[in-house]
Design a protein around this ligand. Structure first.
Ligand code: 13P
Ligand code: SF4
Length: 362
């Protein structure tokens, strides 16, 4: 068994050998030791954009979760890029078990069934599907095929506005909280947001009337990490730490988001702390590793974790130095492992939706 220092040295040796041809991307929820070795860090939006842009790189090791690596594969290996550089580049996920439980809550068969059922009660040509980037490539492809788009937590409002300028209704996957929080901010009333439960047999558990009155149909998915944060946690900090600011991710439930001072993607959360004056007090509701890193980086501020229990993304946590070292060394040896390859037909349709998202910016 190698020590963390030995593992770090071996990964650095691969980085030296491959130079700019290797790009290690790290999502903000990764462990510190992985973040330290990644070339670029970001939220889902920034990492997608980086994968779309990079010219020099010939391989990506994605320290994040499966849907992120799929997205990177689709963007980095879009046909014009492959033609330009004359080869596909491998996108590697160091541990194949690093999935996202929220993304798994919207399976393509359930989505097709929902679409089919909806088309029997409303004019389906007026429905624009929007999927959060935390979803499978197949669901992104579905959105691409049906005139929809992808969004991230950084641009969900822009994406919803865009969708509602093109159609009368939006079908939003898979995170009901991001969908609800964003739509509420835009002034859409709760009554116009039925929730589609893929396990309910008829109309996702809704009445025909509720569907007919809908503006945004929310898919019944959630993040198991962010559902831990509760409104009473906010009340506790407000009562015990006068002047404290509450900073949360929009995957938190509406009752938490409504009580928060700042709501935003992981990138936005980091910016808020970086821009705050010394002495600012924060209680932050997002994944534990990011909050702990912010605490370490900003000793001049008082930073607390919003929940009284440990809550971390256990699948993000699967990416560790042994997996990263194994992935990097195999890549350098010309025998890449854990390559995430989205099939061409899915990639083609998903790209349509992803390019729409990148055009929307936000
Ligand atoms: P960001 O889009 O804010 O990076 O979040 C990704 C994610 O998985 C949050 O749970
Ligand atoms: Fe998925 Fe939640 Fe983990 Fe983000 S924090 S990757 S949404 S399970």
């Amino acid at each position: 068994k190698l020590s963390p220092d030995e593992l770090r040295e071996r990964i650095l040796a691969v980085k030296r050998e491959m130079g700019p041809r290797l790009l290690i991307l790290g999502h903000h929820y990764q462990r510190d030791e992985v973040i330290e070795l990644s070339d670029l860090q970001g939220d889902s939006y920034r990492l997608s954009a980086l994968a779309a842009e990079n010219e020099a790189c010939r391989a990506i090791i994605f320290c994040g979760v499966h849907f992120m690596a799929e997205t990177a594969d689709i963007l980095a290996n879009r046909p014009e890029k492959v033609a330009q550089r004359g080869e596909r580049i491998p996108v590697i996920l160091p541990d194949m078990k690093a999935g996202c439980s929220m993304a798994d809550m919207a399976e393509i068969d359930q989505v097709e069934e929902c679409w089919q059922q909806l088309s029997q009660v409303i004019d389906i040509s007026e429905v624009i599907p929007v999927t959060y980037v935390n979803s499978s490539a197949k669901l992104k492809a579905f959105c691409g095929r049906h005139g929809g788009t992808v969004c991230t937590s950084a641009n969900a409002d822009v994406a919803l506005q865009w969708a509602l300028s093109r159609g009368r209704r939006v079908l939003f996957f898979p995170d009901q909280h991001l969908g609800r929080n964003t739509a509420l901010k835009m002034g859409i009333p709760l009554e116009a947001m039925p929730v589609w439960d893929p396990y309910a047999r008829e109309l996702g558990g809704n009445s025909r009337e509720a569907i007919e009155k809908s503006t945004v149909i929310l898919w019944k998915g959630h993040c198991s990490v962010h559902q831990i944060f509760r409104p009473e946690h906010v009340d506790y900090f407000r009562a015990n730490y006068p002047g404290i600011k509450i900073l949360v991710h929009p995957e938190c439930m509406k009752e938490v988001v409504e009580k928060a001072d700042v709501v935003g993607s992981t990138g936005r959360i980091i910016r808020a702390v970086e821009e705050a004056p010394p002495g600012t007090k924060w209680a932050i509701g997002t994944e534990l590793h990011l909050v702990n890193r912010l605490k370490k980086k900003h000793p001049e501020q008082e930073i607390y974790f919003l929940a009284p229990v440990v809550c971390m993304c256990s699948t993000m946590y699967r990416i560790d130095l042994p997996h990263l070292c194994w992935a990097a060394e195999n890549l350098a040896a010309g025998t890449p492992v854990n390559v995430i390859r989205v099939d061409d037909a899915t990639a083609k349709d998903a790209l349509v939706a992803l390019e729409r998202m990148l055009e929307l910016k936000g």
